[in-house]
Write a protein that binds this ligand. Sequence first.
Ligand code: SAH
Ligand code: SF4
Length: 431
Amino acid sequence: MNVYDSSRIADMLKNEGYEETHRQAEADIVLFNTCHIREKAAEKLFSDLGRAHLIQLEREESGKKTIIGVVGCVVQAEDEQIIKRAPFVDFALGPLMYHKIPEVLRQIKQNKERQPIVNTEFPAESKFDFLPENKAGGACSFLAIQEGCNNFCTYCVVPYTRGVEYSRPVAEVLAEAKRLLATGTLEINLLGQNVNSYHGEDATGKERNLAYLLHKVAELDGLKRIRYTTSYPADMTDDLIECHRDIEILMPYLHLPIQSGSDSILKAMNRRHTSGDYLRIVEKLQKANPQIGMSSDFIVGFPGETDADFQQTLDIVNEVKYIQAFSFKYSRRAGTPAAVMDNQVEEKVKKERLEILQNLLFAYQDKFNQSCIGKKMPVLLEQKGRHKGQLIGRTPYMQNLHVETDSANMNKIIEVKITEATTNSLSGKEI
Ligand code: SAH
Ligand code: SF4
């Protein structure tokens, strides 16, 4: 979602006459788009800001002004504290406020004295109504269809930083998808913090779900691949599961976070599903499309997690055999119910459990990648490789694949026979 937001911000700044640069010393504006999900991500901001400040001071010596801005979830959570900790920041806007950047920049330029601007409102209007056209470019595009969350898992800041659930209307999503297709997109990844609770209105004002939207998007001319991220297990409706059977261009890969395999931990997390519910959903998905590969997020060391609870997480991994996954140590986030639970797990235990879990997850990921050797797969080429004549792309299962091919194949889908596999990537030969 942050990659999507950043690219929309870049579109907006381009409309204001700015160009992108990768050298900070050249930049008239330095903007940080921030994540507050875990402590480490949030703390990184302040060290990055420190470095940006040094460059701001150097540029000032040669008479150049540098505007430093911060957007995103850290701003929503820290509010005025950002300016207290980093007084050289010119503006700070929450994730639902970044459509105001052009206005804020005009204000900053008009002000004679430096007056930092902070805005963390949850506005009544939808920012999507104010953003310029999505000029993503490239063959893989993100498209945000939903934002915010009403689930309030007890560890999570998202409902506080991204606000309550909002779904964009069907027509708006289709219009953005058509624009992306017109600029060469072949793959669209529909995004939302809780994407499968999508309930956008159609032209008649009727609420439509994600299954409906997927069918509509799949009908668009020229689209070769669809994905959606991230889903909440309790919102995996049967009609959505059937999309994995009926929509050919829906990729056979689903990121469906379970967080923990223990029902008592899931309950303490306020997840509205048990491990049994989750396994039943996976079974239905596998029935709908036997080729499907599963991915998940896991948290280890949630308050009160015992060795037996943790073992149940390992059991789920052994049962589902994830082809890829993300796993994290529980991070105590101020303002969330879990942060004040009195049965916090020691850091050492969290570290040990994470290592055990990751070793198991990597083993399954490696096994899956090895099982791909000898198979043919369509690969969407998105990046130049390190070696000359090499391009990197993604398989339907989101694996990175290196292949030697004509550079004219960039942003195209080619058929590849897999010849080598490691835990993190595949290599193959064009056929
Ligand atoms: N809406 C999605 C996840 C969004 S947050 C879902 O419910 O599955 C992305 C991931 O960050 C979560 O799946 C979770 O694994 C992780 N996460 C969120 N808060 C966390 C915390 N306090 N500590 C550690 N990991 C966390
Ligand atoms: Fe956070 Fe996801 Fe839970 Fe919402 S459903 S509170 S985004 S973990």
